[in-house]
Design a protein. Sequence first.
Length: 369
Amino acid sequence: MVILGIETSCDETAAAIIEGKSVGTQNFAFGTRNFVSVRSNIVSSQIDIHRKYGGVVPEIAAREHVLNVLPVVNEALKKAHLTPRPLLARRGGARGRGIDAIAVTFGPGLITSLIVGIETAKVLSHVWGVPLIGINHIEGHIYANFVGEPKIKFPALILTVSGGHTMLVLMTGHGKYKIIGDTRDDAAGEAFDKAAKLLGIGYPGGPAVATEAAKFSNKSKILNLKSKIILPRPMINSGDYDFSFSGLKTALFYQLKKDKDWKKRIPEYCAEFQDAVVDVLVSKTIKAAKDFNVKTIMLSGGVSANQELRKQMKEKIGSQITNYQLQIPDLQYTTDNAVMVAAPGYFRALKKDFIAWEKIKVNPNLELE
Ligand code: KG4
Ligand code: ZN
């Protein structure tokens, strides 16, 4: 089954073509082996445009999506050897040329950005005569883990960490989620972005903090140095699965205020900030994995691109939990893309979970459950 995915929920205009195959009995919760291969993956990032404002400007994002969405879809079709013009002209439409369904993000995200993707998907679905599937952006991040031939066993626990969300999700089968932990204020990615702003090291904050932190850890390894900066690990021993990162940013703000030389110690501040976030994320994930006795632990979302998080997760889970499987998405599918939209589209298409193009509606506050 061939799926076109479209993603425009924030500041990336993305389109992708994936091909899904199932082997075995079609039991949607357990049993079937599914293979998702990527035929094309096009992402047009607006980061350079928003950088000068220090964050995403919704009005500009939506305008850029309008300009980019069709060229990006066109490119995805071309890379997958599906030429769009004959698609429209021939009888049999897209199906005749091999597209079985269109999956599009309908929330959560910026309303005007989401509308661009949805309207595009609606028109293509109508004109090509192929079914439409609505995808939750968070579900998309989770399904970045299902690309290729992963051996994911349920129940699975997913740490979802992006610019807008920080959640621990229990997944008992395809499309079956329970949020067991959430952030009470800032998301992990948002915390990185705000810390980077305080330190004046650029946008987006996560990669900027990670780059600076690496400078300190490389130096500290050679010189056997330890950071003298101590930041809190908010809610690390709270006993539940919730997170809070706004106090960490405030703690950083006050430490910088007290330190006349902070500009000379940016790598050290970044290393400690990153360690604080990673310690909390890893500790809470391990607690939840043990308490719920899960078989697979997965990472998802833009912050899961963080190398220190990936490393700590592997090491600490390896030494503290037995009988588990850790699934980490390919780096290119951690930040926003459309493969992660097409992949759950495939699993939903297996269940014929389609929506009429007249009925799909944008939902900027869409919940996962
Ligand atoms: O998933 P994503 O692309 O968009 C949302 O759905 O929010 O995540 C973007 C977030 C940003 O806050 C960015 O700073 C963070 O992911 N991020 C990182 C890294 N790369 C991106 N955070 C930490 N380390 C990274 N390497
Ligand atoms: Zn995202």
